[in-house]
Design a protein around this ligand. Structure first.
Ligand code: VG1
Ligand code: CO
Length: 543
């Protein structure tokens, strides 16, 4: 076996987005493409010789091939050991857990999260640092800079390593250890929640349905929900991970998790339903005929946190991404703890958690998590909910309605316009940025605009500044309209519009969000000139 240095040409498009580098599979399959990015990671992170790395992915198409390449490159770049999930599989939160538990020098996670998988679909790669969380903006930028000037990479000439049986083997001088993908994670969950109380709830006739969407969380959910907690066999649906997610879109929302939605809104619906995404870090929570918005879910977990053993001493603080509704802020205020507003993407929460400033974090995009790892965590959120349900012995709907009655309701919705021509989408953002002065002070019916800005964030821990994180139109009554271009799409541009209005009046809490937000939606379309600039009159997805 010998180490080969391969000359290569740089690619100009390896800029990591919100959550790593995401491209179509054929792009990754180009000669040297993946290799260049991996070498750019290794050149940027300066791992000490003999360091340990974690490698795993969500099992989508090209996962196995990519892992073999990464292993051989890690061996050629001086790593001493790599921990790999069996079959090359690790959910994103499990990878974060393994990095932390085994004190490794970070890890490489292969996933395009909630995007479809298959030969013509999406693939992704990102580096998570030693704290188990996504690389900071600074490291991400360094990797991109390297990728533009790279001229060669190092790889070990060796046969593929078998990843299907637990145990160790060697690759040159590097040790490869295939680990059980589920056990470290499941043990961590057992240490956080009251498994006895949840077990008692599930044996009392309380029925649950978890939709793994043929993605990575199937084995985790089966082990934990059906195995350790005794949920009825069949409580986990679509539980076998498939390379193409069964042709589905592994995004747990009301549009794409339709199998589960039908069950939860049908006759004889179970008491609790949940789904997670391709790499297991997102979650959707449903009650019988009832949907919990992710922003409300974060607020509610915070308000009830002390019911779970891990959080019984209370929370240090809460963080939410800027477009996420301010429901969590109200809880933070009531608990007299700080609430931080960060740009979109989990990488911004890591510093706050490492500094002990926050315990819970969340995003409107079906992401919730805590400082138990440094990624959002789908199954964790499900177990947290079950723990609360076991303690409160009320329905999901009643718990949410009581929450609104106490704190008020933040009506919330997100409109996604996918695969827009990039120029048109940029044009909308540009137009909005140029309209700040003319919009300020303007009134539309009962809504009057207080200020407009482009969200900028200064990290309170390392002082780094992230600019242009989304256009905000802020109204005098606290309502908000936010516009952002997605950083995870792989086709054209995706424009997201986020709408939020606060309602203190309990007699209006039963309203459908689309009804309550009708005027704001009209204002949002009107001031952005979205229709005339993009030709779209309907969003692709409404959540
Ligand atoms: C989307 C979400 C964002 C999330 C990101 C990664 O990003 O809006 O909240 O952090 O996906 O989620 P964007 O840039 O497309 O809006 V996942 O489950 O990749 O890790
Ligand atoms: Co994900």
């Amino acid at each position: 076996m010998s180490i080969r240095t391969v000359s290569t040409q740089a690619f100009s498009d390896q800029k990591p987005g919100t959550s790593g580098l995401r491209k179509k599979v054929p792009v990754f399959q180009q000669a040297n493409y993946l290799e260049n990015f991996v070498q750019s990671i290794f050149d940027s992170i300066e791992a000490p010789k003999g360091a340990t790395l974690v490698v795993g992915g969500d099992g989508r198409y090209y996962n196995r091939e990519a892992i073999q390449i990464i292993l051989k490159m890690a061996a050629a770049n001086g790593f001493g050991k790599v921990l790999v999930g069996r079959g090359g599989i690790l959910s994103t939160p499990a990878a974060s857990c393994v990095i932390r538990k085994h004190n490794t020098f970070g890890g490489i996670i292969l996933s395009a999260s909630h995007n479809p998988g298959g030969p013509k679909e999406d693939f992704g790669i990102k580096y998570n640092r030693t704290n188990g969380g996504p690389a900071t903006e600074t490291v991400t930028e360094a990797i991109f800079t390297k990728s533009k000037t790279i001229t060669s990479y190092r790889i070990l000439d060796a046969a593929d390593v078998s990843l299907d049986a637990l145990g160790s083997s060697t690759l040159g001088e590097m040790k490869v250890e295939v680990i059980d993908a589920v056990s470290d994670y499941a043990e961590l969950m057992e240490s956080l929640f009251d498994f006895n109380a949840i077990r008692a709830l599930l044996s009392s006739g309380f029925r649950i349905k978890f939709d793994a969407m043929h993605a990575v969380n199937g084995p985790y959910a089966k082990d934990i929900l059906e195995g350790r907690l005794g949920a009825a066999a069949g409580s986990v649906m679509n539980g076998i991970p498939l390379e193409d997610f069964g042709g589905g879109h592994p995004d747990p929302n009301l549009t794409y998790a339709h199998d589960l939605v039908e069950i939860m809104y049908g006759d004889n619906a179970p008491d609790f339903g949940a789904a997670s995404d391709g790499d297991g870090d997102r979650n959707m929570i449903l009650g019988k005929h009832f949907f919990v918005t992710p922003s409300d879910s974060l607020a509610l977990l915070a308000a009830n946190a002390t019911l779970a053993p891990a959080y019984k001493k209370g929370l240090a603080g809460i963080a939410r991404s800027m477009p996420t509704s301010a429901a969590a802020d109200r809880v933070a205020h009531a608990l007299n703890i700080p609430c931080f507003e960060t740009p979109t993407g989990w990488k911004f929460f890591g510093n706050l958690m490492d500094a002990g400033k926050v315990t819970l974090c969340g995003e409107e995009s079906f992401g919730t998590g805590s400082d138990h790892v440094r990624e959002k965590d789908g199954l964790w959120a499900v177990l947290f909910w079950l723990n609360i349900l076991a303690a409160r012995k009320q329905s999901v709907e009643n718990i949410v309605r009581e929450h609104w009655a106490k704190y008020g309701r933040n009506f919330y919705s997100r409109y996604d316009y996918e695969a827009l021509p990039t120029e048109a989408a940029n044009g909308v953002m540009q137009h909005l940025r140029e309209s700040f002065t003319s919009l300020t002070g303007k009134s539309f019916g009962k809504y009057s605009i207080k200020t407009c800005d482009d969200f900028s964030y200064t990290d309170p821990v390392d002082g780094s500044v992230s600019k242009n994180q989304g256009v905000r139109i802020l109204f005098s009554d606290g309502s908000r309209i936010i516009y952002r271009l997605s950083g995870t799409g792989t086709e054209g541009a995706t424009l997201r519009i986020y709408l939020e209005a606060f309602e203190a009046d309990v007699s209006r809490h039963h309203l459908d969000a689309q009804v309550a937000l009708k005027e704001l939606i009209e204002i949002a379309l009107n001031v952005s000139e979205l229709k005339s600039r993009t030709g779209r009159d309907k969003p692709t997805v409404i959540t």
